[in-house]
Each structure stands twice: as structure tokens, then as C-alpha cells.
Design a protein around this ligand. Structure first.
Ligand code: B3K
Ligand code: ZN
Length: 789
């Protein structure tokens, strides 16, 4: 596997102005004919050869240049792509390439593949090269026309990007559609869908009065589950107009739900593809958390239409340009629709639980990485969540209006272009005249800065002196609230920490105030603070704080503390559970107050379950049986799981019997069993792998099974190494099916340095075994080799 470096970026010697694609979809193989208008990129000296990326699975059938077959001596194809070495015309010219591919054998779920009975595609980051030979890089932007032909009975719905410009029936029961996308785009935003799908429709009138047709496609039996996603889409469209003045730019917007999907969703121009679990939801099948995620991701993919699609990335090292900015936008969207405070607490908790450890581990990278082997490995919490925090710094420094002016200038300058993070910062700085040079460090360096704050009050002089030191020094916007104890906030200021040590003096502060720094968590830093948290921190947060941690010991200590706390607070917990329970027959509502009540009640029930006893068990069983929404049903099941024994098994069996026809609901059932801390559960998980509900070619299933298993301190971290062994076996097994999923699974070994010497040795032994296994993918290779000492 080859490592690529950001510093090696060179503009493409050729560009492509138009792309005509023709897909002949068939059961055994698919013929792809592509006609490209090739344009020399004159910024560069005249090139002699043209290299097009293409995966080994692509079989070349023919090449024509300006309408004439190209002689075999002029070109060569290998596992990386196709080189046209000679016979290239000067000026602009047409290149026609025919390739044959086998989507039905494609289990990597990159490029064109099958999910259930449908054809669908995933091209970001480098999937388009699995379809045909192409300049597969985001700075090559072209206008696309796509013609799709397939059997009409099997695939009545044929979709691609842009507007439907033609359709018709053909001989032999076949039919076709032609789609034209008027906007230039990189090939990673191309999409195709063919299937027997049902559709739910709605419309949205934009701020300039244009009606947009909104369509959500699913399997016929799931049409009743898309109402919430549709409502979220309409809210996102309205919010982007009101907040950023950004209007939708085509007459239709399609979403398709796909069961087998490597990640959450994909923002293909006007044809977003979604993992089914992020589209389908009804109160009885989805939890409050699921609803929240659906709203956020529907918003996220829609917002990409401007931040990502209209303005895209010059190269993949700039990924945070579109992802950090779009995560910031979806966070703000959810904050405006629900409780801003709760949303911020959730987002920061996620950052601390997932991104801080990543940034402190062997795979730490800057939000704009310097080198990459497989780009798919860099869709990380750092690029996404820390990237969003860096965007939040611009907002803190420039204020809302300054931030908006910067974004306006960014679009005015770069619409239709492929740009860098530096272009974004330049637009932000130029629109406001602010000096943002200090932000450079956040793009260049990995790691979480540590900030220490000291406060001194001089009663005589009436001054308050705030001193902050940071390591390593990096610009940090911190809103410092200066408050008097128990009183409303007196003053608020943004302190710019640009040097290693800085001091601010506030005048006219007669009484000693209580300072509140890092308000709203205004920078992604660790604050050396003496505060004590009320809730027990997650094990993932505890482990890095305890050098050489024994995860089992920590787990038992944490459990004992949780039990003691529950015992001491029993009456309060019982009251919280009782007072926050819905009256029978109350309708489910996804609304901030109702969600908060359910969360409190279910947290109380979870704590009471630690105490066990007949009364608690019977109450939980009754709640489990009577639950009218998945939030309460799943919470009761989790609490019964904690009680263990016969009731646990009965509840799991009842849950399976009730939901065996809803694969998305069964993901929760799988994850709960896989994460169990019952001693010896590894064997049960191996057995679960044989269950009819477990399909290892489905990424969601793998995540629910294996990533959940790795969260079990008792079984993943079993002292005899059996958990690590099971995980390594599973990685190697899944890598034969899907590289991206396998690479995500390996990530659970990254934290080996946090544990005691024995576990560290067992974990690195598992990593070495994977590294030396035959035929591992570049994806897995990159993670295991970086994780090893
Ligand atoms: N841009 C996609 C992620 C693609 C991942 C490719 N391995 C989803 C998103 O961030 O919106
Ligand atoms: Zn995104």
C-alpha cells in the first residue's frame, strides 16, 4: 500500500468538461459506456500521457478517441488504472470507454453494488473508479448526463443526479431514463439507483417561490416510516434559507433508503442515499436518540448541497473543509429545533468520548491530515467533530454576523469550485478584516491542547486578573463569563489565547466573582479544572485518565460506585421514575421536554436495576410489556439485561419474537447481547453470529455485533485474551467481505497503550497477527501498522 502526501498535490494535467454515461444493467453484469470531453489543463506544461484511475474489478471492453478505435499499442491497463501513452490529440477531444463490471459480486459496497433487490452506488471517496476509468479526484468537475437501462418489471425506478429529461420503454421488457445534472460536480457525487421502490412525495416552496418536489424512496413495506425524515428535510431547507440565505437549486430532491450501506448517508447531488436506519422511524420502532440522529443527518446531507457540492474540496486532505463545516451546520440546525443546551452537552460529550482518545492515540491526525494510505480511514471524529469545533472558533471570534459575512464571501468567490481550507479561512478573514492567522495551527497539528486558568481578585484595587497558559500554544477563543456566586452573569468576554501564557485584567470588580471559563465549550481543549462531575463518567473516558488501567478492575469499581449511588438515592430514583412516566395512552412526541422526561425516567430505571429485587424486576417487566414506544421498550430491555438471569433471557426472546421482521429494530437486540458483561459471553456472541438475524455482509449488523462487543470490559478485555482473539478473527473474516467495515473494527485495538502491560501485550499480539495475515486490505493494513509500536 502506498502513502500519499498532502504536500505532493499537483493540478491534474487534464480536465473533463462533460460526461455522458450509459448503464446497461443486467443480472450477470453491467456494461458502462462513458463519453468524456477531455480538456488539457493549460496551467500545466503539455502532457504526454493521460492516466485514468480504475479498479482491478473493471474490465475494459473498448477505447475510442474522437470516434476511432484506439490501437492497443497506445494504451495499457493495470490494477491501478488505464494509461493512454500515445496517440493523444491536441486541444479538446472525445474519449469513449466501455467497461464491464459485476455489481452483484461487489461486497465492498464501493462503486456500483447490489443491496437486496436494488442496484445502488457509493462513490465517495474513491468509488467511481470501481465503475469506469476516470480522473477520480475532486478537483475534476464536469457536467453529467446519465442514461440507465434495465428490466422494467424488476427495476421500475431508475434514478440518477439532476433532472429527468427523457424516459421510455424498450424491447424485451426493458426501459430507460435519462438524467441531466446542470451543475458541475466531481465524480464522487455521482449516484445511480435502480429498483422496485415505493415513493412518498411532498413539496417545498423555496424563498424565491420555486416549488421543489421531494421524494423518499424505500421498499414498499417501509413507506409508513418516512414521515419524520420528510419533515426533517423540509425543516432543513427552511432553516438554511433563514440562517444562511441558502436556497435549493434544482426542481427535485430525492432520498433513497439503502439497507447495506457502509456509513450513515451520502450527499450525492439531488440524490441522497441513506443507510435505512437514518430514514426509517416510527415511535414504536425508533428511540428518541434515533429520531434525533435522523433529523441531524437528513439536515447534514441536505446542507452539503452548498457546503460540499456547490463548493467542494480540491483534494481529499481538505475533507474537513466540507465535513467540519457541515457538521457545524447540522449541530446548529438541531440546536435551533430542539434544546440548544442539551444539544451542546451531547456534542461535547461525543467529542470527549470519541475524538479526544483518537487525538491522544496512535492514529492521531490533524483535521487536515498530512498523509493518507486509504482515504476511507479518515472519515474520523477528528475530521468531522473537531473540524466542526474549529468552525465554531471562527464564529466565536467573528460573531454571528461576521461569520455569516465570511460564508457569503466564500460562496461568492468559490461557487462551482474545488478549494482548500486556506481558501475558507481567507474568505472568513477578508470579509471581516480580522486576523485569523492563529487558526492555522488547528489545521496543522494533532492533539488536544491543555489550558490552565488561574484567577486572582484584588479587593482593594477592584481588579480581577485572569491568567491562562496552554500547551502547545495555539489560538483558542474562550468566552470568559465573570459572575457573582448565585447571581446572573455580570460580564462576558471573548479572550483570545494566542501565546503560551496570557493575562487579562478586568477593572471595577469590587467583590470576588465566580469565573466561568470555556463557556459553551468554546474550544476543543482539556481544561485542567477541579470540578467534580455528578454523573459517573463512561469507562472510555476513565481509562485514559488511569495510566496502565486494568479495565476489569475499573469496571467493577465503577459498577460498585454506581450501585452505592443507586442505593443511597433510591427514594429519589423511584420518584423520578414515577413522576416522569407518561399516563397510559399518552401519544409519543419527539419534542425536547418529552425526550428529557423519558431520558430522566429511563436513567432512574437503569440505576434501580442495579439494585435488583423482586419489586424492581416486576416493575421493569411490566414496563417492558406495556411500552408504547421504542425509547421506553429498549430502555426497559436494557434494564432487564442488567438484572440478568431468567428474566433477561425471557425479555430478549420476547423482543425477538415481536420484532423479527424489523431488521433495524433487531440491530438493538444484537448490540445488547454482544455488549453483555456476563462472564464468558464471547462464546454466546460466536453463536449469535450463526443466528438467522445476523447477516455479516450488512455493515449495520457488523457494527452492532463487533463494535458493541468491544465495549464489554469483561469479555473484550478478558484476561486470557479470548476477547482480543475473537475480535482479530472477526476482522480477518470481515475483511474478506468489506474492507471499510473491517478497518473500523480494527480501531478497537488503538487504545492498547492505555491498559496494563499484560493486556497491552495481548492486544499488540492480536494486531501483529492481523498485520501478518495473508491478503489483508490496504484499509486494515493502514490501521494495524499505525497502531503497532
Ligand atoms: N460524505 C459522506 C461520507 C462518505 C464516506 C466515504 N467512505 C457522508 C457525509 O459526511 O455526509
Ligand atoms: Zn458530511
Amino acid at each position: 500500500p502506498v502513502e500519499k502526501f498532502r504536500k505532493d498535490y499537483k493540478p491534474s494535467p487534464y480536465l473533463i468538461s462533460t460526461v455522458h454515461l450509459d448503464f446497461q444493467l443486467n443480472e450477470e453484469s453491467t456494461l458502462v459506456q462513458s463519453k468524456l470531453r477531455i480538456v488539457p489543463n493549460h496551467a500545466e506544461s503539455s502532457p504526454v500521457s493521460l492516466f485514468l484511475n480504475g479498479h482491478a474489478d473493471v474490465v475494459l471492453e473498448s477505447i475510442r478517441v474522437n470516434g476511432a478505435d484506439l490501437e492497443a499499442s497506445h494504451y495499457a491497463a493495470d490494477a491501478q488504472g488505464l494509461t493512454i501513452k500515445s496517440g493523444l490529440p491536441s486541444g479538446e477531444w472525445d474519449l469513449e470507454i466501455a467497461t464491464r463490471i459485476k455489481p452483484q459480486e461487489n461486497t465492498s459496497l464501493e462503486g456500483l453494488y447490489r443491496s437486496g433487490g436494488m442496484f445502488c452506488s457509493q462513490c465517495e471517496a474513491e468509488g467511481f473508479r470501481h465503475i469506469t476509468y476516470f480522473l477520480d479526484r475532486p478537483d475534476v468537475m464536469a457536467k453529467y448526463t446519465s442514461r440507465i437501462e434495465a428490466d422494467k418489471a424488476k427495476y421500475p425506478v431508475l434514478l440518477s443526479n439532476g433532472n429527468l429529461v427523457d424516459q421510455g420503454d424498450l424491447e424485451g421488457g426493458r426501459h430507460f431514463t435519462v438524467w441531466e445534472d446542470p451543475f458541475v460536480k466531481p465524480c464522487y457525487l455521482f449516484a445511480l439507483v435502480a429498483g422496485d421502490l415505493a415513493v412518498q412525495e411532498d413539496t417545498f416552496r423555496t424563498m424565491s417561490g420555486k416549488d421543489v418536489a421531494l421524494r423518499i424512496y424505500t421498499d414498499a413495506h417501509n413507506t409508513s416510516k418516512v414521515a419524520f425524515a420528510m419533515q426533517s428535510l423540509k425543516r432543513a431547507m427552511k432553516w438554511d434559507e433563514e440562517t444562511f440565505g441558502l436556497e435549493y437549486d434544482l426542481d427535485l430532491f430525492n432520498i433513497v433508503a439503502v439497507d447495506d450501506f457502509n456509513m450513515g448517508a451520502m450527499e450525492n447531488k439531488s440524490l441522497n442515499l441513506f443507510n435505512s436506519r437514518l430514514v426509517l422511524a416510527t415511535p414504536d420502532t425508533a428511540t428518541d436518540a434515533d429520531f434525533g440522529r435522523i433529523e441531524g443527518v437528513v439536515g447534514h446531507e441536505y446542507f452539503h448541497n452548498w457546503t460540499g457540492n456547490r463548493v467542494t474540496c480540491r483534494d481529499w486532505f481538505q475533507l474537513t473543509l466540507k465535513e467540519g463545516l457541515t457538521v457545524y451546520r447540522d449541530q446548529e440546525f438541531s440546536a435551533d429545533l430542539n434544546s440548544r443546551g442539551v444539544k451542546r452537552v451531547e456534542d461535547v460529550a461525543r467529542l470527549r468520548a470519541a475524538q479526544f482518545p483518537e487525538d491522544a492515540g496512535p492514529l492521531a491526525h490533524a483535521i487536515r491530515p498530512d498523509s493518507v494510505i486509504k482515504m476511507d480511514n479518515f472519515y474520523t471524529a477528528t475530521v468531522y467533530e473537531k473540524g466542526a469545533e474549529v468552525v465554531r472558533l471562527y464564529e466565536a471570534l467573528l460573531g454571528r454576523a461576521g461569520f455569516r459575512a465570511g460564508l457569503d464571501l466564500y460562496f461568492a468567490r468559490h461557487d462551482g469550485g474545488a478549494v482548500t481550507c486556506d481558501d475558507f479561512r481567507a474568505a472568513m478573514a477578508d470579509a471581516s478584516g480580522a486576523d485569523l492567522g492563529g487558526l492555522e495551527g488547528w489545521y496543522a497539528r494533532a492533539g488536544t491542547p491543555r489550558v490552565e486558568v488561574g484567577v486572582e481578585h484584588d479587593a482593594g484595587a477592584g481588579t480581577l486578573t485572569v491568567t491562562a497558559t496552554q500547551a502547545p500554544p495555539v489560538l483558542t477563543a474562550r468566552e470568559g463569563g465573570v459572575t457573582t456566586a448565585g447571581q446572573a452573569m455580570l460580564r462576558q468576554a471573548v479572550l483570545r489565547l494566542e501565546h503560551q501564557r496570557q493575562t487579562w485584567v478586568f477593572e471595577r470588580v469590587p467583590a470576588r466573582p465566580v469565573p466561568s471559563v470555556l463557556r459553551g465549550f468554546s474550544a476543543p481543549v482539556r481544561l485542567t479544572f477541579k470540578a467534580h462531575a455528578l454523573a459517573l463518567p463512561d469507562l472510555a473516558e476513565l481509562v485514559p485518565e488511569v495510566p496502565g488501567a486494568d479495565p476489569l478492575l475499573l469496571h467493577h469499581v465503577r459498577e460498585a460506585a454506581a450501585r452505592a449511588l443507586a442505593a443511597a438515592l433510591r427514594p429519589e430514583l423511584e420518584r423520578a421514575a414515577r413522576d416522569n412516566s407518561d399516563p397510559p395512552g399518552a401519544p409519543y412526541e419527539f419534542e425536547a421536554g418529552a425526550c428529557a422526561r423519558r431520558a430522566l425516567k429511563n436513567a432512574a430505571l437503569g440505576a434501580l436495576a442495579r439494585l435488583g429485587g423482586e419489586g424492581v424486576t416486576q416493575d421493569l417487566l411490566a414496563r417492558f410489556r406495556a411500552a408504547t414506544n421504542m425509547t421506553d421498550e429498549a430502555a426497559a430491555l436494557a434494564a432487564l439485561d442488567r438484572i440478568g438471569g431468567k428474566v433477561r433471557q425471557e425479555a430478549l426472546d420476547a423482543f425477538y419474537a415481536k420484532w423479527k421482521h424489523e431488521p433495524l429494530v433487531l440491530l438493538k437486540w444484537i448490540a445488547m447481547q454482544a455488549a453483555s458483561n456476563l462472564p464468558g459471553n464471547t462464546a454466546a456472541v460466536r453463536t449469535l453470529m450463526q443466528h438467522e438475524a445476523v447477516k455479516l455482509s450488512n455493515p449495520n449488523t457488523c457494527y452492532s455485533l463487533f463494535l458493541a462487543f468491544a465495549r464489554s470490559p469483561v469479555n473484550f478485555h478478558a484476561a486470557d485474551g479470548s476477547g482480543y482473539e475473537f475480535m482479530a478473527d472477526s476482522v480477518l473474516q470481515i475483511d474478506q467481505i468489506n474492507h471499510q467495515v473491517a478497518a473500523r473494527m480494527v480501531g478497537v485495538f488503538n487504545s492498547w497503550r492505555n491498559y496494563d502491560a499484560e493486556r497491552g501485550a495481548l492486544m499488540t499480539a492480536a494486531l501483529r497477527r492481523m498485520a501478518s495475515a495473508n491478503g489483508i486490505s490496504a484499509n486494515v493494513y493502514e490501521i494495524v501498522t499505525k497502531a503497532l509500536p
